[in-house]
Ligand binder design. Structure first.
Ligand code: ATP
Ligand code: MG
Length: 373
């Protein structure tokens, strides 16, 4: 039985006969073929997949990523510019046939997961907590700790987790997960007014090993300057309706994105390093939070990162100086951690796995505590 409906748009009947027919029937997709884009067509009926033969069908100017269908471009030639413009217009991928038949299959099975996931979350199972990892001091471990926290929530607690990299440029989440996302939240700008979970899924990547959904920034200075102010807030709101946890990796600089992230967070994890610079940054942040009324009425947990026996300040010193108890302590563990990052490996493999590094063990404990509330 075919559960999925597909629309194939092509003027080339042979394409259908030669390659597509078999591929699609193996994936049990019910296919309808038309020779022209017709707006009304997918307004009347919902298609899970829209396959466009981009060799015979022109670029549709009206057709943005705005319909909930997954758009897949098919071609027999490898023409980079054409492929690119389709990707920008919202195609999930461009497949060169018949060469990339196996990539086609892989793409279909990946998107299946996406639909499965939508079904599970449609009824608002997600509790939608928003956890921001922040520190006014750069390099203190925001990216690393937010990534390991996301992995622990997903693997140990089987929660639905999205990790959003709000460093509009070069946030490095992709490096830690060993993925190369082609798209970013920059691509959500055209659908900002009508954004729903499918748009977010179309521009994000599900990390296979951990099932964490990753949404990254444009990694392009010109583009990151052009992100509209409302984009981030919208994105967080839509995401929290569908995920149990929205994890934010924030930049240290207090820009609009940082501000929105902190403001929309239900829980802030402030990372402090056990040295005077770390202290100074925290005290500065406390003032700032006070002035802008950030963090009011929400949980703010202080966590110490890069702790070691010879730290300039002990846990007690820190708590005394800032007059606040710390909720977690993460060891400086450079040599154990670096290989994981270099290889893009996940820190946990399965539910019972506490991880092989001090930091991953400490994170599991931290998240277990957090879940207990
Ligand atoms: N507890 C730790 N033990 C060992 N290495 C760590 C630890 N925490 C972070 N690091 C390493 O320190 C470097 C900086 O960490 P990370 O990128 O997570 O910081 P950040 O706060 O996100 O930095 P930025 O302000 O540049 O975004 C990375 O190479 C990371 O692997
Ligand atoms: Mg970072």
């Amino acid at each position: 039985m075919s559960v999925y409906k597909g629309l194939l748009i092509t003027k080339n009947q042979e394409l259908l006969n030669d390659h597509i027919q078999q591929l699609i029937s193996e994936e049990s997709i019910d296919i309808t073929v038309i020779a022209e884009w017709k707006r009304t067509f997918h307004e009347q009926q919902f298609f899970h997949y829209i396959f466009v033969d981009i060799d015979t069908i022109d670029f549709p100017h009206q057709q943005q990523a705005s319909s909930g269908s997954i758009l897949i471009a098919l071609t027999e030639n490898h023409e980079f510019d054409l492929a690119r413009s389709w990707l920008v217009a919202g195609a999930k991928d461009v497949i060169v046939l018949p060469k990339e038949a196996s990539r086609f299959k892989h793409l279909i099975s990946r998107t299946r997961e996406q639909y499965q996931f939508q079904k599970e979350t449609e009824h608002g199972i997600g509790t939608g907590e928003v956890h921001a990892f922040y520190s006014a001091k750069g390099g203190s471990g925001k990216t690393l700790l937010s990534a390991i926290a996301a992995q622990s929530l997903s693997i140990h607690h089987e929660s639905k987790v999205i990790l959003i990299d709000l460093n509009a440029q070069f946030g490095n989440i992709d490096v830690i997960f060993g993925v190369q996302p082609f798209r970013s939240y920059y691509d959500l700008i055209p659908v900002m007014g009508e954004m729903d979970i499918r748009h977010i899924q179309n521009v994000s990547t599900i990390h296979q090993e951990t099932k964490v959904t990753l949404l990254t920034g444009p990694a392009n200075p010109a583009k990151s300057e052009n992100l509209p102010d409302e984009l981030i807030g919208k994105m967080i709101r839509v995401a929290r309706n569908h995920f149990d946890y929205v994890i934010l990796d924030l930049p240290s600089a207090m820009n609009n994105m940082t501000f929105t992230g902190l403001n929309d967070a239900t829980h802030i994890h402030y990372i402090i390093t056990p040295d005077s610079l770390g202290m100074r940054a925290y005290q500065y942040t406390e003032d700032l939070f006070e002035r802008f009324q950030i963090g009011r009425g929400k949980d703010l947990s202080l966590i110490i990162n890069r702790y070691h026996a010879k730290s300039e300040l002990t846990k007690k010193d820190i708590e005394k100086i800032v007059n606040k108890e710390s909720k977690g302590k993460f060891s400086a563990d450079y040599f154990a951690i670096q290989p994981f990052i270099n290889m893009g490996q996940s820190f946990y493999k399965k539910k019972k796995d506490k991880g092989n590094t001090k930091v991953s063990k400490e994170m599991k404990k931290y998240i277990d505590e957090l879940k207990k509330g």
